[in-house]
Each structure stands twice: as C-alpha cells, then as structure tokens.
Write a protein that binds this ligand. Structure first.
Ligand code: ZN
Length: 105
C-alpha cells in the first residue's frame, strides 16, 4: 500500500471525491484521517490531513496519473502545499511556509 496524496484538512470533500473516482476506475484506495476534523486542536495538525492511499501497488502509477489530471482540473490556480516541518498549508504562490518560514521543497 502506498500513500498517493496528502490533502489539506479543508480539502476533505475533495479527498472523498477523488477516492470515489479512483474506486470507480477500479483502483482500490483508502482515505485516512478523514474523520478527525473535530479533533483539530487536540492532536497535532499534521495528523488531521486526509491521506489517500492506494491499496494495490501495481495500480499506483495509474492512480498517480488520475491524481495529476484531477488536480489540474479541480485545483488549477491554488494548489496548496503542506509544510513537512509544521504541517501547515500554504498557498501555491508562497515559496516558504507562512507559519514557520521553512522553504518549500
Ligand atoms: Zn511550516
């Protein structure tokens, strides 16, 4: 099983939609951390980010293609990125995390 994508926590709905699309295409995948929104504040931010996992490694390259096309269609201008240091989301135009100042990788 491989992690396909980490969504910002407010993109929960998008994460669910993408999962349905992939499942419909015959790619078995799981959504993790999709029920933790009410716990934000009690557990570290980064653990609340919905993660999309592809169950079958062989389907992973195909899932990546779907993800890429889907992101281009659904999040054209703002493709926020998640800071690996503090887990905060920054808009795509920022080259560094607004919260901790870490440079985008
Ligand atoms: Zn940060």
């Amino acid at each position: 099983m491989k992690k396909l994508h980490v969504f910002c926590y407010w993109d929960r709905l998008q994460a669910g939609l993408l999962r349905e699309i992939l499942v419909h295409e015959g790619i078995d995948c799981l959504l993790r951390n999709d029920q933790l929104s009410s716990a934000v504040g009690e557990i570290p931010f980064v653990e609340c980010h919905p993660e999309l996992w592809v169950v079958d490694d062989e389907a992973f390259p195909r899932a990546e293609l779907f993800l890429k096309a889907w992101l281009e269609n659904n999040m054209p201008a703002a493709d926020p990125w998640v800071c690996p240091h503090c887990g905060e989301c920054s808009e795509s135009q920022f080259g560094a995390c607004w919260a901790c100042g870490r440079l985008r990788e």
